[in-house]
Design a protein around this ligand. Structure first.
Ligand SMILES: [Ca+2]
Ligand SMILES: [Ca+2]
Ligand SMILES: [Ca+2]
Ligand SMILES: [Ca+2]
Length: 207
């Protein structure tokens, strides 16, 4: 009976180990429904939601107002590299109250800062880019090279625009993952067998 308990516990341990590995890659997930404020430092970005029918899914982080418009994440360990993905829409010829046509030269920059260094561009998105003009499109950015630090922050920023109510854009469904070394199944099996062996030895000693 005791041995069965020990075996069961080691099985539980190895199962939870498996679950941890499966989730280890995703380190930031934000759908703004509602926003997790602790994830962000915002400047002239507002979370708007239904009934803004032009949004991708319920609420989105919408950029408006005077001054540089930006959203900055916390720092993450990106030393193994990874992937940043999000949905983006930029005001175009449709010219609505929520998405006024952003003009040429009013680029949206996605940047990183490694180990508290200077902000560097990961991607510059021209506001005339067809993929995101008046329509939601997905952006995928591989985190490689100098962005791979143990302390990397990310930000979205539009420094140039015509001020309050002009030249709008929004983001939704931000996901950041880092690459993890996933142990091979054989390693896991050996680990589980080892746990069972230890448990049975402990039982035998007691008996
Ligand atoms: Ca959303
Ligand atoms: Ca404009
Ligand atoms: Ca435009
Ligand atoms: Ca403008």
């Amino acid at each position: 009976m005791k041995f069965l308990n020990a075996a069961f516990i080691s099985l539980l341990l190895s199962t939870s180990f498996l679950v941890n590995i499966a989730n280890a890659g995703l380190i930031l997930e934000e759908d703004f429904d509602p926003i997790t404020s602790a994830n962000w430092t915002l400047s002239n970005g507002t979370v708007l939601g239904n009934p803004v029918s032009e949004f991708f899914e319920l609420n989105a982080l919408h950029f408006d107002g005077n001054g540089a418009r930006s959203a900055t994440t916390n720092a993450f360990d990106m030393s193994t590299g990874g992937l940043l993905s999000f949905m983006l829409k930029i005001g175009g010829a449709n010219d609505t109250a929520t998405f006024e046509d952003a003009d040429s030269g009013e680029d949206v920059l996605i940047q990183y800062a490694a180990n508290d260094g200077a902000w560097e561009n990961l991607l510059v998105i021209d506001t005339e880019e067809l993929l995101y003009k008046d329509a939601w499109g997905m952006v995928n950015i591989s985190i490689t090279g100098l962005a791979m630090s143990s302390n990397t922050k990310f930000q979205w920023i539009q420094a140039k625009h015509s001020g309050n109510n002009w030249d709008n854009w929004a983001i939704d469904n931000v996901k950041l993952s880092n690459n993890v070394d996933v142990p091979e199944p054989s390693t896991l099996a050996i680990f589980a067998l080892g746990m069972m062996g230890l448990a049975s030895r402990r039982f035998k000693k007691k008996a």
